[in-house]
Design a protein around this ligand. Structure first.
Ligand code: NAP
Ligand code: GLV
Length: 309
């Protein structure tokens, strides 16, 4: 089978080696060296150029090399009728949960304040609540948010989650839909965003929603930059409505060198590394789905093109 690999990442060779371990007959083609385009059955893509995927007349399935498919959802950009599968992978999930725990614990244990004290050589023990006295909110209770919420709950935090449809996760108070948003935010001292970027969630972290958080809340956005209205976040930090923000994703990536987030004393910037797709696990995940597709069996983790995730 001919498989097209189309991604700006530099690990194409690693992907080829991993996939060929499962089937040495895979004809792995790295874009733009496509060979005869009629032979391409599967495309493994991350942020493909506009219109590119419409060029392959015999494409069976498009596999996203990431969990988020927002960059594939441009109007009229996908070949009609071709299923899109998003990445659900244990390596990707483990890394994201690690990132969330790292930054939630950092705010819970007041590490930014301790670091400021150290810079002033000031010995000042800071009190911190017990984990069950700390309210953490996770926006998006899907594969990634659900795992992070469960692990936060296992650490003893008072965890709530917000989703589109009602969700019952052990140890997590569930809120959903428009009606659940403000009550969910009102109890979230540390807010984690793990929503997909869709027309319904774009700009969801804005003046209104940031104001609904408890005063002095911290936010961690590991989802997409488009969830944040940047000027509203800066204003909420200036007014100290928001104490700290950890941002992994941005409207423009790489974050432009003159962007105010870089130097803001209460913003932590990470370069979209909360969870990078690991070929070591994801190649097998995708290979198994390609096999299902060839056998004409139902595919897991299909993107609903109507909701955009
Ligand atoms: P997922 O399994 O599809 O889960 C999405 C969750 O968001 C679901 O709980 C869904 O609700 C909820 N949701 C969607 N639209 C909503 C709305 N309008 N209102 C309320 N809740 C809504 O996605 P995932 O695999 O967890 O991934 C989440 C996102 O993480 C990705 O889309 C991507 O943008 C981001 N990500 C970032 C990185 C990074 O390195 N920074 C890495 C991987 C992923 P329902 O449960 O009701 O459907
Ligand atoms: C990374 O951002 C992903 O969506 O997997």
């Amino acid at each position: 089978m001919a498989v097209l690999f189309l991604s700006p990442s530099e690990n194409a060779e690693q992907w080829r080696d991993m996939l060929l371990r499962f089937d040495p007959n895979i004809d792995f083609r790295c874009w733009p060296e496509t060979g005869r385009i009629e032979e391409i059955e599967f495309a493994l893509v991350w942020r493909p150029p506009a219109g590119e995927l419409k060029r392959y007349p015999n494409l069976k399935v498009i596999f996203s090399l990431g969990a988020g498919v927002d960059s594939l959802m441009r109007e009229g950009d996908l070949p009609p009728g071709i299923p899109v599968v998003r990445l659900v992978d244990r390596g990707l999930t483990a890394s994201m949960t690690e990132y969330v725990l790292l930054h939630v614990l950092r705010y819970h244990r007041r590490v930014p304040e301790l670091e400021a004290l150290q810079r002033r050589q000031e010995w000042k023990p800071l009190a911190y609540p017990l984990p069950w006295e700390r309210k953490v909110g996770v926006m998006g209770l899907g594969v990634l948010g659900g795992d992070a919420a469960a692990k936060l709950s296992a650490l003893g935090f008072d965890v709530a989650g917000w989703s589109r449809s009602p969700k019952e996760l052990p140890g997590v108070s569930g809120f959903h839909g428009d009606a659940g948003l403000i009550p969910f935010l009102a109890r979230s001292e540390i807010l984690v965003c793990l929503l997909p970027l869709t027309p319904a969630t774009a700009g969801i972290l804005n003046a209104r929603t940031l104001a609904a958080l408890p005063r002095g809340a911290s936010i961690i956005n590991a989802a997409r930059g488009g969830h944040v209205v940047e000027t509203d976040l800066l204003a909420a930090l200036d007014s100290e409505q928001i104490a700290y923000a950890t941002l992994d994703v941005f409207h423009e990536e790489p974050l432009p060198s003159d962007h105010p987030f870089w130097t803001h004393p209460r913003i932590t910037v990470t370069p979209h590394i909360a969870s990078a797709t690991p070929p070591q696990t994801a190649a097998e995940t995708i290979f198994q789905s390609m096999r299902l597709a060839r056998e004409g069996r139902p595919l897991p983790n299909l993107v609903d093109l109507a909701t955009g995730y």
